[in-house]
Design a protein around this ligand. Structure first.
Ligand code: FES
Ligand SMILES: [Fe+2]
Length: 411
């Protein structure tokens, strides 16, 4: 970190106060954004997408993070590769399309060509001492886990993947993510700092005022008790919901659903969380009328009337019902620009599914979240903004903030 940036971050850290939102600069300053990228975003395992988006040899898509572009490529049936989208000649981007298919990656500038494993195949008219073997594409760490494609932009050895995520094996297996397929991608680019996007996603204090459609799909007692951790809502609401939850857990477990939860604290590497909740009485799934939008996902033999929310990190989340799931990607692009993408998945064997029906709830909710988050950003830019006090339904934000500040301080 540059010395003056380090001093600036040190000053800003000293101004933070637990239980309050962050000072303005954390949500607006290019220096803080650069520090966030170095200390956090570039070091975490981020979900770029799902293997069903690149089923055939040579299929690729671009994943843009900060100023980087990562090319995710299917090399063959068994292998997915990730490269920086940067030609080894004079640095042009190799692929400009968001997705496509190529048997050989040919640079549009001077036609250097690279194989799907990243090695340089041909470069015309190069001097005799030019060594092709030294000009492979720069690799990005990549790991496929239950069909989910994770990348990590660390220059050094990244944080241990299995130590962080193996605990999610049983629940991801139950939902059948390895064999799932993407049926819709929604893009909601949001003119706000990534932390505002994450904070908005982690609290449900705003659910009742801002999300009537979302609320209509949930039992009211669960709504209040909800937070990003298993019991991060107000204590009274958590206690009121407990008997409903316990009855549901017993029933769902008897049907084969793994019942457990994960609730990482500020000391964790990725701030994982996994919560499972009952859905509204009379609903089979979270659609407008509670009726299915697809066939059962994964290992289910019947409707278990539950939902799961898993946070792999603040940047990657999945919400899953019995018949479909949403993968949320929150990707920092600039100090006040975040890519918000929602990717809808169904069981790989599903034939008869209704995309409009399954996207209704979270498309509507994400459009509302885009608006309220952008309004939050605009207000924070005012000279009169001061960090505001969190409610008892925003306890997950204190955890997130402590996790974030710890990384920034030690990064
Ligand atoms: S920059 Fe790619 S071939 Fe020249
Ligand atoms: Fe929201």
């Amino acid at each position: 970190m540059l010395m003056d940036r380090k001093a600036l971050i040190g000053d800003l850290l000293a101004q933070t106060r637990e239980g309050y939102s962050l000072p303005q600069a954390f949500y607006a300053s290019p220096d803080v954004f650069a520090a966030d990228m170095d200390a956090i975003v570039s070091r975490k395992w981020l979900i770029a997408g799902h293997v069903s988006q690149i089923p055939g040899k040579g299929d690729y898509f671009l994943f843009k993070v900060g100023g980087e572009q990562i090319l995710i490529v299917r090399e063959n049936a068994d292998t997915v590769r990730a490269f920086y989208n940067v030609c080894r000649h004079r640095g042009s981007t190799l692929c400009s399309a968001e997705s496509g298919n190529a048997r050989v990656l040919v640079c549009p500038y001077h036609a250097w060509s690279f194989s799907l494993d990243g090695s340089l195949l041909s470069a015309r008219l190069m001097p005799e001492d030019f060594d092709k073997a030294e000009h492979s594409l720069h690799k990005c760490h990549v790991r496929v886990f239950h069909g989910l494609i994770f990348v990590n932009l660390s220059e050094a050895e990244p944080e241990d993947f299995d130590a962080t995520f193996a605990e999610l094996d049983p629940i991801l297996d139950y939902h059948g993510f390895a064999g799932a397929k993407v049926v819709h991608v929604g893009r909601y680019p949001t003119a706000a700092n990534w932390k505002l996007v994450v904070e908005n996603f982690l609290e449900c204090y705003h659910c009742v005022p801002a999300h009537p459609e979302f609320c209509s799909m949930h039992p009211p007692e669960a709504l209040l008790a909800v937070g990003a951790g298993p019991s991060s809502g107000p204590q009274e609401a958590v206690e009121k919901y407990a008997p409903v939850l316990e009855a549901w857990e017993a029933r769902a477990e008897a049907m084969g659903r793994p019942i457990y939860s994960i609730d990482d604290g500020p000391e964790s590497t990725h701030l994982r969380a996994m919560i499972q909740r009952s859905i509204r009485d009379g609903f089979l799934t979270e659609t407008q009328d509670g009726q299915p939008a697809s066939s059962l996902m994964g290992k289910r033999s019947d409707w278990d009337l539950g939902r799961m929310h898993v946070s792999f990190s603040p940047f990657s989340h999945i919400v899953a019902d019995s018949d479909f799931a949403m993968l949320f990607r929150f990707t920092p692009r600039g100090p006040m620009q975040t890519d918000v993408d929602v990717i809808w998945l169904v069981d790989g064997a599903a034939q008869d599914y209704d995309v409009g029906k399954m996207t209704w709830g979270w498309h509507t909710t994400t459009m509302q979240d885009k608006q309220i988050t952008e309004d939050n950003q605009t207000g924070i830019l005012s000279s009169r903004y001061q960090p505001g006090r969190y409610s008892t339904q925003e306890r997950a934000l204190v955890t997130f903030q402590n996790w974030y500040l710890r990384h920034l301080k030690h990064g």
